[in-house]
Structures are given as C-alpha cells and as structure tokens.
Design a binder for this molecule. Structure first.
Ligand code: CIR
Length: 258
C-alpha cells in the first residue's frame, strides 16, 4: 500500500513563485478540479490519498513535493530555497509524515527543495540549483550515507528543479530533457529523451509501474508508449502556470509505521 500526501490548492495560487515563466492568469477553480482529478489518478493506481487542507497565505503549498524527501528509513524535511515557502513544511511533517517515518531536517544555512531530489533505489541525485545549495546537499548526504545511499550532486542551471529535467519512468529508465541538463551522471540508466518541441515534458510521476503524465505532451507521451510504458494522462495546465509538474503535487511513501 502506498500513501500519497497532497494539499488542496491555495485560493491565492496566482501569487505563486515564478522563475522561468511569465505570470499568466490562473483559473483557480480549474486548478482545483485538475488537482482533484490528479488525486483520483493516484487512487486508481493504488494510493491512499491523505489530503491536507488548503493554506491560503501559502500560494505554492499545493506543491508538497518540495517540503520533504521520503525514504524507507527516514523522511528528510526540506528547507525550501524560496523563503515564502518555508512555512509549508511544518504541517506536512507533523500531520502527514510523523506517523510513518523518523524525521530529520535540513538546517540553515542549507536549503533544499524536494523537487531537486531524484532517488532511484539507493542512488540519490540532488540538483544544485537556485533552490538547493551545497550545504543542503551535504546535509542530505550525511543523513543518507549511513543507510547505504549514494548522493550525487548535479548542476541545474537551465530549469527550476532537477526533476524539471529528469524523472524516473520505469525501474531503470529515466525521461530526460538533455537541453536542460548534463546527462553524464545518469549514464548507468536507460534513458528516453523528451521531444525537443516539449521542453517541459521530462517531469513524470511513476506510481506502481504506471506513469502519471501531463496530457498536453502528446509527442513525448508517444515515445513513452513506444517504450512499453503505461501512461495515465492528466490535465495539469493550470498547475503548470505556477511552474508545477506532476511530481510536485504529491509525496508518495510506502505504508509502514515506525
Ligand atoms: C515554486 O516556484 O516554488 C513553485 N511555483 C513551483 C514549484 C514546483 N515544484 C516542483 O517542481 N517540485
């Protein structure tokens, strides 16, 4: 059994942080409907959804992925690089994570956004980005190495987070946008490139052997299907205007209590 932690869309989502996109009007009621459909999708793939309440004054709080990184042995509470997002962490930790995992925290001066962390088995790649700094990565390494994980830092300069440019789509397969990332770190994996006309298409969410994937990236979706990957399309256009993708809207963890 998997648990998916989500949080309702803030009614003030239009005030979100933006780094690479121009501000476009967000239809919040449409964003809410898209988010609910996304949660349904998670349920259809076998997740039990734990939905946290909306926090109006935290416009980006629907993007729960950035607040923590969950492993079998522990959950690491992030310290988001954007100051406006730091207050998102506490309630995710106390309400949703504490029952299931030992908790550790990234501390100042470290910063780390969960969207910068790609964990594949015991290999953990962490984007060194505008949001995640060297201290955040070193703290993550110190917390994970004793549990047998390797932690490798990957420079991220052309997009928001590491997982904007690479995500896992099958046990040993990564979906990558090579225009946004040096791919050397991922040499040990099979890779699939996004269609060059769909630069934002590298963020996919692998759940129980299927991939939750934005409906709008038809060309890359075809590539995934041709690789034998089961794709479950979702409409996430309003969430995308806030620079969110499909991994950002949940934290997924295996159900075992501490
Ligand atoms: C932000 O800039 O922090 C939000 N507007 C978008 C965060 C998306 N999160 C993610 O990719 N993990």
């Amino acid at each position: 059994m998997l648990i998916a932690i989500t949080r309702e869309v803030s009614p003030r989502m239009s005030e979100c942080q933006l780094t690479h996109l121009a501000r476009a009007p967000i239809d919040v009621s449409r964003a809410v409907a898209q988010h609910q459909a996304y949660e349904k999708c998670l349920e259809s793939l076998g997740c039990r959804v734990t939905r946290l309440w909306a926090i109006a004054e935290l416009p980006d709080s629907v993007f729960v992925e950035d607040t923590a990184v969950v492993f079998d042995e522990l959950a690491i509470l992030a310290r988001p690089g954007a100051e406006s997002r730091r207050a998102e962490v506490a309630s995710v930790a106390v309400v949703a994570l504490e029952p299931y995992r030992k908790l550790a925290s990234i501390r100042a001066p470290g910063t780390l956004d969960g969207g910068d962390v790609l964990a594949v088995g015991k290999q953990v790649f962490v984007g060194l980005s505008r949001r995640t700094n060297q201290s955040g990565i070193e703290q993550m390494r110190a917390l994970l190495e004793p549990h047998g994980y390797s932690v490798e830092s990957v420079p991220v300069e052309r997009c928001l987070h590491l997982k904007s440019a690479v995500s896992q789509v099958a046990e040993r397969t990564l979906l990558i946008n090579p225009a946004w990332l040096e791919t050397d770190a991922f040499r040990g994996f099979e890779s699939l490139e996004v269609d060059p006309e769909e630069p934002f298409a590298a963020n996919a969410l692998l759940v129980n052997g299927a991939v939750i994937y934005p409906a709008e990236y038809a060309r890359t979706r075809k590539r995934l299907k041709e690789r034998g990957i089961r794709v479950v399309p979702v409409e996430v256009s309003e969430l995308a205007k806030a620079e969110g993708g499909v991994t950002c809207c949940s934290l997924i963890l295996g159900l075992h209590q501490i």
